[in-house]
Design a protein around this ligand. Structure first.
Ligand SMILES: [Zn+2]
Length: 330
């Protein structure tokens, strides 16, 4: 499972960063997007993302830098040959936004567009492909949501050789692997723990929208394998961050520590960092976040950078392009 950052800038793009979007590619090949700022279509082309495999697009909120790329991307998905439905899931107003643009631009999509609006307090979406999405409210200037992608637990490893030794027939083994007990023909009772390891915990990925206070998602995100959270400003600009409904790097690090996240990726950086406007750089923001969450790996998201989320819950950076030598927006 891979998470790719298609845009990591707050508010406006810079030479190195486009506005917000993230793509989650599942092991089976299908893709979910979180947010779709202007230019996401172009970023997807640069990445070589197979847009026909996008089956779901989640919007955290309706500020333009998180959603104005959607009409173009939906058309691109159609041109890519998709005929299966595409879900767009976002806050109240998502339907009005999309249907208005579709109507006024006379857009015709070759696939069914399924729009689902979430209440301001969020909700749990029905399981899809073994994953549940928990939408939770975040404090921002307008209604905003964060999402926890929660994989259903998987059965533990089954020890066939032990089952053989106990004389367990094949037709009863599935029940044992699912955690049930069985009684054999000779009246012996076999417990699941005798022949199978405990269930393996599914992966958990928390992807937050803009916020000055992420407390609303804290419980759902506790113990996640990866937290992706904004760090719009540096630690010295907390008053400004709160005024505009955002977080500083230090606030984000402290939140990661509080919920016991196993790794943290910072994103949604103010355009002041990295374009020579500020002495402070994104590297400094990482250090400030790291100081607030010792022992938790902290990365700065980069456009077209990839994180892999392995089945055993580990998170490791892979294929991260270097900002200087592999700049996607020269
Ligand atoms: Zn916003």
């Amino acid at each position: 499972m891979r998470l790719t950052f298609l845009g990591t800038s707050a508010g406006t793009p810079t030479r190195q960063r486009n506005v917000t979007s993230q793509a989650v590619e599942f092991d089976q090949g299908h893709i979910w997007l979180v947010d779709c700022g202007e230019g996401t279509q172009q970023q997807a082309i640069r990445l070589g993302l197979r847009t026909a495999r996008i089956e779901r697009i989640l919007l955290t909120h309706l500020h333009g830098d998180h959603c104005l790329g959607l009409p173009g991307l939906l058309a691109h998905i159609g041109i890519s040959g998709r005929t299966a439905p595409v879900e767009v899931i976002g806050p109240l107003g998502t339907g009005e936004l999309l249907t208005t643009v579709q109507r006024l631009t006379h857009a015709i999509l070759p696939y069914p567009l399924e729009i689902r609006e979430l209440p301001p307090d969020g909700e749990d979406l029905p399981s899809k492909g073994g994953w549940v999405v928990q939408a939770r409210p975040l404090v921002h200037r307008i209604p905003c949501l964060g999402f926890v992608f929660r994989e259903e637990d998987r059965p533990g490893r089954f020890h066939a050789e032990t089952a053989d030794a106990l004389g367990v027939p094949q037709q009863l083994r599935g029940r044992l692997q699912r955690g049930e007990s069985v009684v054999l023909a000779d009246k012996r009772r076999i417990d699941s723990r005798q022949v199978a390891d405990p269930p393996r915990r599914g992966r958990r990925l928390a992807l937050l929208g803009d916020t000055s206070d992420p407390e609303g998602i804290a419980q759902a995100a506790t113990g996640c394998d990866l937290l992706v959270c904004e760090a719009t400003y540096d630690a010295e600009r907390q008053a400004k961050a709160l005024t505009w409904g955002h977080m500083t790097s230090a606030m984000t690090g402290a939140f990661a520590a509080r919920i016991g996240s196993k790794a943290l990726a910072l994103t949604h950086f103010s355009s002041r960092y990295g374009d020579g406007h500020s002495q402070i750089t994104v590297t400094d923001l990482v250090a400030q976040a790291q100081a607030a969450c010792p022992g938790i790996p902290v990365w700065a998201a980069q456009d077209l950078g990839v994180l892999s989320i392995a089945a055993d819950g580990c998170t490791s950076p892979a294929l991260q392009p270097d900002a200087e030598t592999n700049n996607p927006c020269p």
